[in-house]
Design a protein around this ligand. Structure first.
Ligand SMILES: Cc1ncc(COP(=O)(O)O)c(C=O)c1O
Length: 373
């Protein structure tokens, strides 16, 4: 009789599951530490808008019913905000879901998918799951090297993934370079511009002049898919809501492979309400931008190089002992993110928390690094 291992689909055979940040309760269980802070998954420390919580409360009475499989209310609100047609929007169970829909809708085992070294971990995962070939372009200064990526595009390329800004590096591409790269792609290539951290990077006080809004390019680039999420700046990571904006024909393909009820009714209601609370959104973004400066300044003062970031996180070089420092920080009740699996074994990625959480991390890091020196 064949073993289970013999039965695995070829693309899935070599897959290892996505490694999420360590949950707070797990650390509490393992180490018996009460006061744990988690700066490991680029979440919003301010939490969601109170309006989102009210909307969830109101939607609770109806959870015996299936959600609106078309997500009409949320799509309508997004279409209005982004000035696009309803038919251009696809909703996902987080934007991860959308990335997978892109692979399932467009990529087969004979195709190639191009992305950058140190790019978001889900791109290689969804590529491999389809049994397709990943072509990884070497990074430049930790960021995407568009020339190197362009040189990997060939007749077999079906999808190019670009995170702007990228996670875990926080690096970003300016509009002029990115648009000219996208315009030069051949007609058989679907380009995904992943804007999970758009609200941070595009904010005036982030200071990233020339950071583009790729949605503006959809009219001239019918093979472009822009992805965004409610998990970061909107503080709804636990509910899993993301979306794609694309040409309606592309959205039609994504919808063919989408599960009928991939976004639940509480998530739909909360996301729609959260979109309306601009003040809360701005407060969270400003808090994060200030915290990013606080963290970067403190780390730089400790002599630790930070990769300049426009997200709500920063990758800091702590040296060859990064994984031990990560463990030591856990014992101090501080969860950060090791990024050796991104080809960055000397770095740790720190999500921006509340000011007091950032300060606690800095002091814990100082303590564990002093103990190891
Ligand atoms: C670059 C990037 N894209 C997409 C995602 C997926 O987020 P979600 O599925 O919560 O929308 C993340 C999450 O960390 C990310 O960093």
């Amino acid at each position: 009789m064949a073993s289970i291992a013999d039965l695995i689909a070829p693309g899935v055979r070599g897959l290892t599951p996505y490694q999420p940040g360590k949950p707070i309760m797990e650390l509490q269980r393992e180490y018996g530490i009460d006061h744990v802070i988690k700066l490991a998954s680029n979440e919003n420390p301010l939490g969601p808008s109170p309006r989102a919580l009210e909307a969830i409360q109101a939607a609770l009475t109806d959870i015996a019913r299936y959600p609106d499989g078309n997500g009409f209310g949320l799509k309508q609100a997004l279409a209005k905000k982004l000035d696009v047609a309803l038919s251009q929007i696809t909703l996902g169970n987080g934007s991860n879901d959308i990335l997978e829909l892109v692979a399932r809708g467009f990529v087969s085992a004979v195709d190639e998918v191009v992305f950058s070294q140190h790019a978001f971990a889900v791109y290689p995962l969804v590529t491999q799951a389809m049994g397709a070939t990943a072509r990884t372009a070497p990074a430049k200064n930790w960021g995407h090297d568009l020339d190197a990526m362009a040189s990997l595009v060939n007749a077999r390329t079906r999808v190019v993934f670009i995170a702007n800004p990228n996670n875990p590096t926080g690096t970003w591409l300016d509009g002029v370079s990115l648009l000219s790269f996208l315009k030069a792609l051949p007609g058989h290539v679907i380009a995904v511009v992943d804007e999970a951290y758009f609200e941070y990077a595009s904010s005036a006080d982030m200071g990233a002049p020339g950071y583009p809004d790729a949605v503006q390019w959809l009219a001239q680039l019918p093979r472009l898919i822009v992805t965004r999420t409610f998990s970061k700046a909107y503080g709804l990571a636990g509910l899993r809501v993301g979306y794609a904006i694309s040409h309606p024909d592309v959205a039609d393909v994504l919808n063919r492979v989408r599960q009928p009820f991939n976004v639940n009714s509480l998530a739909l209601a909360a996301a729609e309400a959260a979109l309306q609370d601009i003040d809360h959104l701005n407060r969270g973004v400003q808090l994060s931008n200030k915290g990013l400066k606080q963290l970067t300044a403190a780390l730089t003062e400790m002599g630790l190089p930070c990769i300049p970031s426009v997200g709500n996180f920063v990758a800091v070089e702590v040296g060859a002992q990064a994984s031990r420092i990560y463990d030591d920080l856990l014992r101090e009740g501080v969860i950060v993110r090791p990024v050796a699996n991104y080809g960055m074994p000397a770095h740790l990625r720190i999500s921006v928390g509340l000011p007091e959480e950032n300060a606690r991390f800095v002091s814990a890091l100082g303590k564990v690094m002093a103990a190891r020196s």
